[in-house]
Write a protein that binds this ligand. Structure first.
Ligand code: ASP
Length: 623
């Protein structure tokens, strides 16, 4: 293989005259980072440093993929040009740390790698220095590798070397920086609040920290800085934010972590629309500048909770596709179908959705779909296949295929189809049961079909604000009222008198959520800022006067010293970055996450402690 001669000269001591900001980006030992190099650097000498990725020995010439944070560049060791460097290269193994001095050259025609940003060039090594060796890593450090996640978490420092993970860390940094710059430009102050505090309820279990100095007493880690930010409003701060760590001892689900990060913000002298407008501006600006390849629908729709439940069966609907639902309880009541009749007699509903163009489903397709519905918890699912084409009015009896049990004339099917907006060629799916259950099952089916029918545009971020949530939910298990959001949320304007009535479940609140592609990304509310109203809410939630005084006395008292009207929101950072990065799990955008069972596999936390530590805290473990 003939290689172009290298013109000696620039030793890489200074910044090459390329107009890039290499000088500021690279660590001091290097003259450039791997990914900075391109055709503009050809014939220049550079000093690089990083990790040995793949090493290939091609009959007398050794190729090393040198990787650093910026990316990868190919380094060539030629025994004739640099015999010492070549001999060292023979020893190199995966993940050794090296410093290489060499000359940038165009790759010989035919050997370019279009998959690599630096794929048209390579670095012809002159000198190499081993900075450190490495054990053979437990998995290859590449994006293609599908290592077991527990292994990745145990060796997180190796997992984080993978380019995809580096990209996620960079994106996360950019998101947080964008937030800080944006809010600074709007007059917000970033203020830290304590981690060792007293319970501030968000509906989860607290993490407790025993006090050594006050034996028998405990701090609680904040589930969010909720009360602290409200106290900052009483303190006259007017606009506060914090990139806040929150701690909630919950059973973990795929998109939850015991500690997670929120952008926590609060403003005085605002109403709901002010908070939503600011949040919308922040999100659209951030996404358009950081991930311009994503598509947004602007402005973000404001969707009342009741409407979201009716149309999508969910308070975090995926709005990237339609498949809206229709309540057909009245039409179902006309049938003799046992399941429908008994559901309706027990106060339940019949609701369905239309899978457009899917009337061709066979009996076994439908059985499989019903099986899926059962996995979502549904007892079953009925269907109508509207075969043929043309208009609905002319659809004949033999073209309407009903699920067994639904023996109804064509006229009924046509009325049902018209109500649901179905056309010949469509498949109608119906579920029956208690309203909250039907919504749950049918929205799972809706999400399943959205995916399965290919209705989802991967680049689309479909945001919406949900508004008008109920103030209280009935907690079946404990037989009491619970705050739907949290106890500090204000009732909607004019609804306060209803707090003295019996219909507590029908009181609208000033809480709102931001949802995107089927996930909740933020929630917030306009707050209560008067003591009597806050006390009334605590009483409805079942707190005794003593409990209220003991747990919330400080904030109630603060409300008596000129608390301004205020409200805020708290967008989750982990989920947002997951969506922007297109990552599979929030664990992929958190540097050191915990497993589903709350374990840190790298440190081995949680872990037992010494008897002496327990003694210091006056704690004894019970069997
Ligand atoms: N503190 C609330 C939460 O963490 C958000 C808010 O009301 O601002 O969900």
């Amino acid at each position: 293989m003939t290689r172009p001669a290298i013109r000696p000269g620039n030793t890489g001591a200074g910044t090459p005259n390329t107009g890039t900001k290499l000088e500021h980006r690279r660590p001091p030992l290097k003259s450039a980072s791997c990914n900075d190099l391109g055709e503009a650097h050809i014939d220049r000498r550079h000093t690089l440093a990083g990790w040995v990725g793949r090493r290939r020995d091609h009959g007398g010439i050794i190729f090393v993929d040198l990787r650093d944070r910026s990316g990868v560049v190919q380094v060539v060791f030629n025994p004739e040009l640099a015999p010492d460097a070549y001999r060292t290269a023979e020893q190199l193994r995966s993940e050794w740390v090296i410093e290489v001095q060499g000359d940038v050259a165009r790759r010989p025609p035919g050997s370019e790698n279009p998959a690599l940003p630096t794929g048209t060039i390579e670095v012809i090594a002159r000198e190499v220095r081993v900075l450190n060796s490495s054990l053979t890593p437990p998995f290859y450090i590449t994006d293609e590798v599908e290592a077991d996640e527990s292994l990745r978490l145990k060796y997180r420092y190796l997992d984080l070397r993978r380019p995809e993970m580096q990209r996620n860390l960079i994106l996360r940094h950019q998101v947080v920086k964008y937030i800080r710059d944006f809010l600074d430009s709007r007059g917000f102050l970033e203020i830290e609040t304590p981690i060792l505090i007293k319970s501030t309820p968000e509906g989860a279990r607290d993490y407790l920290v025993p006090s050594r100095l006050q034996k028998g007493s405990f701090y609680a880690l904040p589930q969010s800085p909720q009360q602290l930010k409200q106290l900052l409003m009483v303190a006259g701060v007017e606009k506060y934010f914090q990139i806040a760590r929150c701690f909630r001892d919950e059973d973990l689900r795929a998109d939850r972590q015991p500690e997670f990060t929120q952008l926590d913000l609060e403003m005085s002298f605002v109403d709901q629309e002010d908070v939503l407008a600011l949040t919308e501006e922040l999100y659209t600006g951030m996404i358009e500048s950081l991930t311009p390849e994503k598509k947004l629908i602007k402005p973000f729709p404001r969707l009342p909770y009741a409407e979201a439940m009716a149309r999508y069966g969910s308070d975090k609907p995926d709005l990237r596709f339609g498949l809206e639902m229709t309540d057909v309880t009245d039409l179902a009541g006309e049938t003799e179908f046992r399941v429908f009749r008994s559901t309706i007699e027990q106060g339940g509903i019949v609701k369905g959705l239309v899978a457009p163009g899917q009337a061709h489903y066979t009996g076994s397709d439908l059985r499989r779909l019903e099986e899926t519905a059962r996995e979502f918890g549904a007892g079953g699912m009925s269907h109508l296949r509207l075969q043929g084409d043309g208009s609905l009015e002319n659809l004949s009896e033999e073209n309407i295929l009903l699920s067994p049990g639904l023996r109804m004339p064509a006229e009924w099917s046509r009325r049902l189809a018209a109500r649901m907006g179905a056309q010949p060629g469509d498949l109608i799916l119906l579920m029956a049961g208690p309203a909250n259950r039907v919504n749950l099952w049918l929205s799972a089916m809706r999400n399943y079909l959205g995916e399965r029918l290919g209705l989802i545009d991967d680049q689309l971020l479909s945001f919406a604000f949900l508004t008008g949530f109920p103030l209280f939910d009935w907690d079946e298990t404990n037989g009491r009222w619970d705050s739907s959001h949290h106890p500090f949320t204000a009732p909607a304007d004019g609804k306060e008198p209803l707090l003295d009535g019996a219909e507590l479940g029908n009181i609208e609140s000033k809480a709102y959520d931001l949802v995107c592609n089927g996930s909740e990304l933020a929630s917030g509310s306009i707050r209560i800022h008067r003591r009597e109203l806050q006390e009334k809410i605590f009483a409805i939630l079942g707190y005794s006067k003593e409990q209220v005084e003991e747990r919330f006395g400080h904030i109630l008292e603060a409300f008596e010293y000129g608390a301004p009207p205020h409200g805020g929101i708290a967008p989750g950072i982990d989920r947002l970055v997951t969506i922007l990065a297109g990552a599979d799990s929030i664990r992929d955008v958190i540097a050191f996450p915990k497993t589903q069972s709350g374990a840190d596999l790298l440190f081995g936390a949680p872990a037992p402690v010494d008897a002496a530590q327990l003694r210091d805290l006056s704690l004894r473990l019970v069997e």
